[in-house]
Design a protein around this ligand. Structure first.
Ligand code: PLP
Length: 380
């Protein structure tokens, strides 16, 4: 049916109507006093979302731009870093770090499994000369639906004392508790098309005082992504270059909505949706790719050799977009996104449509209605 598309992918995520309407306004000058007020409000609300007094800077890039900024502003070629790699985005951290000449030690876990914090502890405790400059990890590994134990890994980073903790929080910020100040996270990157409920095009980086200290001696070249320029401008409620004015109007509306809902409610909603989705898959005898104790609250990966047929039927018959597997997981899993502007009705709709799809594809071995019943129980 025309105009009935439902996004259940881990980005871009659905956008609320009031956000779309806010973006439909005629652009205003980005150096105007009126827009200055918008930037001031955004900065304040971004700090609220990040639970921090640190700088939170807005970049006109996708999420990967925030990742790159997180590397080139605080490190120098040859610097020793530990990179967690247990999926597509951990792999991206490793590639990016190597591209800029960092001396990368990868700490890996099999796809579908969380990184083992003890591996970080061992490497950090062995570094008595304090040569490790940063520990770089993906919090919610979107490719597999695994949530890494950032809190514990970060404790070992803090015990090391020297290393910065640099985090890809692209699908955890706004979906899971990421208390930047309480945990002392140095650099945290995220992107607009995930938990922020706005379209792609903006990225965010929060920067601690310790990271700014590292900035002073970091020698990698930077221009467009030089975060000092963003800090200087942001401190004056301005931006170094022309920002995406309309997208930021959308962000203004989205952050206001998030504040009305409240952080605890937002996190609880994502947890509920995750629990319901996972319970439904279990009831349908569809194996989950990530274990219960390390489940991302943004996305659930489900194993099926019929994944691509399931996705195309869901799309064709029900206008529901699910994500597929990446790399060697292509055709082996499908991924249900449930972050951002996603509610219980959306998850129930997706599960019911999935059941109908399984029936249509002739799948045996499940009781029709069992998925919905299990999800409904979680949503009580
Ligand atoms: C989406 C995503 C990114 C950023 O990807 P872009 O396409 O550059 O926006 C980075 N990390 C994770 C974990 C993601 O899910």
């Amino acid at each position: 049916m025309e105009n009935k598309n439902m996004l259940m992918i881990p980005g871009p995520t659905p956008v609320p109507e009031n956000v779309l309407l806010a973006m439909a306004k005629h652009p205003i000058g980005h150096r105007s006093g009126e827009f200055s007020n918008v930037i001031a409000e955004l900065t304040e609300n971004l700090k609220w979302l990040h639970q921090t007094q640190n700088d939170v800077l807005m970049l006109t890039t996708s999420g990967t731009g925030a990742m790159e900024a997180g590397i080139i502003n605080f490190l120098s070629a040859g610097d020793q870093v530990l990179v967690g790699n247990n999926g597509k985005f951990g792999e991206r951290w490793a590639k990016l770090s190597k591209k800029f000449g960092l001396n990368v030690t990868e700490i890996t876990a099999e796809w579908g499994h969380p990184l083992n914090p003890e591996d970080f502890r061992t490497a950090l405790e062995a570094d008595t000369n304090k040569e490790i400059k940063a520990v770089i990890i993906t919090h919610s590994e979107t490719s597999t639906g695994v949530l890494n134990d950032l809190e514990t890994i970060n404790k070992y980073v803090k015990a090391h004392g020297e290393a910065l903790i640099i985090v890809d929080a692209v699908t955890s910020l706004g979906a899971f508790n990421v208390p930047v100040d309480e945990w002392g996270l140095d650099v945290v990157g995220s992107g607009s098309q995930k938990g922020y409920m706005i379209p792609p095009g903006l990225a965010f980086v929060s920067v601690s005082a310790k990271a700014w200290k590292a900035y002073e001696t970091a020698t990698l070249p930077k221009f467009y992504l030089d975060l000092k320029a963003y800090k200087k401008a942001t401190d004056q409620d301005s931006s170094p270059f022309t920002p995406p004015v309309n997208l930021m109007n959308g962000l203004q509306a989205a952050l206001q909505m998030m504040k009305r809902e409240g952080l605890d409610n937002i996190f609880a909603r994502h947890q509920r949706l995750t629990n319901a989705t996972r319970a439904a898959m279990k009831a349908l005898n569809l194996p989950l790719y990530a274990p219960d104790h390390a489940a991302s609250t943004a996305i659930t990966a489900v194993c099926s050799d019929d994944a691509e047929k399931i996705r195309s039927t869901m799309k064709k018959k029900f206008d529901i977009a699910l994500a597929g597997g990446q790399d060697h997981l292509k055709g082996k899993i499908f991924r249900i996104g449930h972050l951002g502007f996603v509610g219980e009705r959306d998850v129930l709709t997706a599960i019911a449509s999935l059941e109908a799809t399984l029936i249509e594809l002739g799948h045996q071995g499940f009781t029709p209605g069992a998925g919905i019943a299990a999800a409904a129980k979680e949503l009580l």
